[in-house]
Design a protein around this ligand. Structure first.
Ligand SMILES: C[S@@+](CC[C@H](N)C(=O)[O-])C[C@H]1O[C@@H](n2cnc3c(N)ncnc32)[C@H](O)[C@@H]1O
Length: 205
């Protein structure tokens, strides 16, 4: 039987994670080396961390969250996946919060359109600092291409986000790839995933 969460923690659950974790797992199985050490940015509910560690033997997954959400994430991980390393506080814009260790991959799902546009270059730069020479940055989510949406649902989602907060909104994959190239990270793959989402796989060739 699963242990109970302490009463003072919010129970976190993302239906989107439940839908996308299978397709994302298939990408990770294709691209991650054996015994990979992965840093996740914006782990949210922890569902991805928990599921991928259950499914990929030998995976080391370092979950992270912004300080204000860290305790809720950690409570979730302790109950559902006690062998995961404790989640760390990481706001991509705070260079001092990035870990000093290096990783085979940095993974982040559905964060680029939530953080302000100005924070995205910090995500890319931080990832490039912590990645091993052959490391990969895996960015999952909906993106547009130079303002052209790949689906009507993405255009509507973009509008919805901007109406909630003008700092949020879908990001331009072309711009992201250009920013990554300036950091010596090439676009190795741009994979179409269900519900008009994509996985950008960026790395040094
Ligand atoms: C929609 S949630 C996605 C959570 C989880 N990755 C998922 O797929 O369900 C957006 C996430 O972006 C994170 N985020 C927003 N701004 C951030 C920043 N500046 N640094 C790190 N994470 C950030 C939030 O804390 C939140 O976990």
């Amino acid at each position: 039987m699963m242990a109970k969460l302490p009463r003072w923690h919010r129970v976190l659950f993302s239906p989107a994670c439940e839908r996308n974790k299978g397709p994302i797992l298939a990408v990770l199985q294709d691209w991650l080396p054996a015994h990979a050490k992965v840093l996740e940015i914006g782990s949210g509910s922890g569902q991805h961390a928990i599921y991928f560690c259950q499914q990929i033997a030998g995976l080391t997954w370092q979950a992270s969250e912004r300080q204000e959400s860290l305790m809720d994430l950690q409570a979730q991980l302790e109950v559902q996946s006690p062998t995961l390393p404790p989640a760390i506080a990481l706001d991509v814009t705070d260079a001092g919060q990035w870990p000093s260790q290096s990783f085979d991959a940095v993974f982040s799902a559905n964060t680029c359109h939530i953080m302000p546009a100005a924070a995205v270059p910090h995500l890319l730069a931080g990832a490039s600092r912590v990645l091993r020479p052959s490391g990969l940055l895996l960015l999952y989510g909906p993106f547009h291409d130079g303002g052209v949406h790949t689906a009507a649902s993405n255009a509507a989602f973009d509008q919805h986000l901007r109406s909630l907060d003008p700092a949020m909104g879908l990001r331009d994959a072309i711009e992201l790839v250009q920013l990554a190239q300036n950091l010596d990270l090439e676009c190795l793959a741009d994979l179409s995933l269900p519900a008009n989402n994509r996985m950008l796989v960026l790395g040094r060739q």
